[in-house]
Design a protein. Structure first.
Length: 268
């Protein structure tokens, strides 16, 4: 899979998408990196730690988050994308579900659109992804955690996202899928989505697992967001064992090491 100018061996490796939130209210690191210097410093630290993709988000999507205007979101992310692309040779992802934001980010140099609504919120997001020949990460999401058969429904609902992408002109080799841990799911469903993430392999696309510091970890361990590294690492091990091609995380160095260790064990 090619993202930006880099080829990713999605069949054999597990890569790191590092989270760079330029928001004042993100659940885990809100306000820490929402100015240019701080964001660039953090991007540099992440790249040194082993980040393969930098995922830049301008609107928090935590439960109860404040929806901001497209103009404000664009104003937050575009300067950061331009600066990261100018200074570092690393693929950049834009974390948005809005077509106009995706367009501005892609114009600024983003290589991947990471859409928490899997192109179901705004069809323009899919069209812009195709227009710029960008990659995309389509996440499973829904308004309510109502299912007939959770895992089967998750697969079929992800297939709908793929259909939207294809109809917009996005090539199959530009698509990855995310089970959407923490979105439209109960606590038990979130655990099942992690443990059975490999059901998404049926659709034939690389899988990204995004669990970093999320509430499913907090609820399991009864810990606040800044103390969920170990819980996140456990999910990353599961992701590697289930052949996920990407994990989206805050704590780069620790996750990089645990991926290497898990891979070494599985190779023997």
């Amino acid at each position: 899979m090619k993202i930006g100018n880099r080829e990713f061996d999605v069949k054999n490796e597990t890569y790191i998408m590092g989270i760079l939130n330029v928001t004042p209210d993100s659940f885990s690191d809100g306000g820490k990196f929402n100015n240019l210097d701080a964001a660039l410093h953090h991007a540099e630290e992440m790249i040194k730690g082993g980040t393969d993709i930098v995922d830049i988000g301008g609107e928090s999507t935590r439960p109860g988050h404040i929806v901001i205007s497209e103009e404000e979101e664009i104003a937050r992310v575009v300067p950061i994308i331009e600066a990261v692309k100018a200074r570092f040779d690393v693929p950049v992802s834009i974390d948005t579900y809005k077509g106009n934001v995706a367009e501005a980010a892609l114009q600024a140099g983003a290589d991947l659109v990471n859409d928490i609504w899997g192109f179901k919120f705004d069809k323009k997001t899919a069209l812009m992804t195709a227009k710029y020949n960008a990659a995309c990460c389509l996440m499973h999401n829904k308004d309510e955690a109502v299912y007939n058969d959770f895992l089967e429904d998750m697969v079929s609902e992800m297939a709908e996202c793929v259909k939207i992408a294809r109809e917009a002109g996005v090539a199959d080799d530009k698509i990855m899928l995310d089970p959407g841990v923490g979105f439209g799911k109960t606590y038990e469903m979130n655990l099942a989505a992690i443990n059975h993430v490999d059901v998404l392999h049926r659709l034939g696309f690389p899988i990204l697992l995004g669990t970093s510091r999320k509430s499913v970890i907090g609820n399991t361990l009864n810990l606040p967001a800044d103390q969920r590294v170990e819980g996140t690492l456990a999910t990353t091990v599961i992701g590697v064992m289930k052949n996920c091609a990407f994990v989206r995380v805050h704590d780069i160095k620790e996750n990089k090491r645990i991926i290497q260790m898990t891979k070494a064990i599985l190779a023997h």
